[in-house]
Design a binder for this molecule. Structure first.
Ligand SMILES: [Zn+2]
Ligand SMILES: [Zn+2]
Length: 374
């Protein structure tokens, strides 16, 4: 698709003056007159296309000397071609190898912010998890790990005890689009190997967390809206599962039962998962066994939240590592994404390396009954 669209991009280049901040004084610019073609229809890959700018405002082509022009950024984004304005070099970069990719090194894994107590009962707040009621306390780690630095309010992810093992499972997950519904049916087992649970007394992780639970298969179904809508009112995160990951297993919110940072305190296996009492293997952040590579492009879909919105990996537009600062209080944002094989402007959540890792609150309406078990 990219090749044949190069012509369109070239056509659009002239109009980039409207899209990028440019020092016009030193460029010998020529003034031309243009007609705004607000009556011109456009088709993109056979479908009606109404181009919009980054603020979501409608953009119309203009006609200069019989040629049509559109901002090159609008075209590039619609065609899923990377584009970047390098102001130092006064250069527009289009296509492969364009993005200045930011690595995970920009977030120090040895000093991640500790999310202990970072919940709110009043409504969504950036960097916090919106709960319906205060945490009740309960099971969790047995002894606080040395990787947690409570006085600094940080933890060292690289020093955390890991539950050993390489247990394989028969994962089942089918995702079916049926009218307005997206029906997920599966057995909660992951499509990757897990650690050995219950944690064996010989495992170094046992010194901190004595998770006595076993991973158990359980058939479930959940019916999500295929085209979720943003709700007028925020919903708090649900206890237990907040979504289903494409690995086949569940994702829980970032807090443990006592309202502490679950990623810092609970002991997980090498894929960042572990079972809870009912045997459901789950994660509290993006599994290390989900492929979310640094490519210079937006991460792929990694799961569905219980309100139907997509959960994507840790890279945002142009492959930039997403932090809380880039997201709203729900832990998401809207821009063009891939959704059921189409490029659409849509709200979606991101996973982050830092707390709260996933959803802070539901942007849509979470399915009331949650997961149905058979
Ligand atoms: Zn857990
Ligand atoms: Zn995004």
């Amino acid at each position: 698709m990219k090749r044949k669209n190069v012509f369109w991009l070239a056509v659009g280049v002239l109009l980039l003056f409207g899209s990028f901040p440019m020092a016009s004084a030193k460029n010998n610019l020529k003034t031309v007159s243009a007609t705004v073609a607000s009556n011109l229809s456009m088709l993109l890959n056979g479908e009606v296309w109404q181009p919009k700018d980054q603020k979501g405002e409608r953009v119309y082509p203009v006609i200069i000397n019989g040629s049509s022009y559109l901002p090159v950024r609008v075209l590039a984004e619609a065609l899923d071609v990377d584009i970047q304005w390098d102001s130092a070099a006064q250069t527009i970069k289009i296509g492969e190898g364009t993005s200045s990719v930011q690595g995970t090194s920009s977030i120090d894994l040895t000093q991640l912010p500790l999310g202990d107590g970072k919940y709110t009962l009043m409504g969504p707040q950036k960097g916090y998890i919106y709960l319906a009621s205060p945490p009740r306390g309960g099971d969790g780690a047995y002894k606080q790990g040395e990787w947690i630095n409570t006085s600094e309010g940080t933890f060292d992810m690289t020093q955390k005890a890991v539950v050993d093992g390489a247990v394989k499972w028969e994962s089942e997950l089918t995702i079916e689009l049926k009218g307005k519904d997206r029906i997920l049916t599966g057995n909660r087992l992951p499509d990757h190997a897990t650690g050995r649970f219950p944690i064996d007394p010989s495992d170094d992780a046992y010194r901190y967390d004595r998770n006595p639970n076993s991973i158990k298969e359980k058939l479930f179904q959940v019916v999500l809206p295929a085209k979720p809508l943003e709700a007028s009112k925020a919903s708090p995160v649900t206890p237990g599962a907040i979504g289903v990951m494409l690995t086949g297993s569940l994702i829980f919110n970032g807090l443990d039962a006592a309202g502490r940072d679950a990623v810092a305190h609970e002991t997980q296996d090498g894929c960042y998962g572990h079972p809870e009492k009912d045997g459901s293997y789950h994660y509290h952040n993006l599994s290390a066994c989900v492929d979310d590579p640094l490519t210079g492009k937006h991460s792929k879909l990694v799961g569905y939240a219980l309100d139907g919105f997509g959960i994507y990996g840790k890279y945002g537009e142009n492959g930039k590592l997403v932090t809380n600062e880039d997201l709203d209080a729900f832990h998401g944002h809207s821009h063009l994404i891939e959704w059921d094989g189409e490029r659409v402007e849509m709200y979606h959540y991101h996973t982050t390396v830092e707390f709260p890792y996933t959803i802070g609150a539901f942007k849509g309406t979470p399915v009331r009954q949650g997961l149905t078990y058979f």
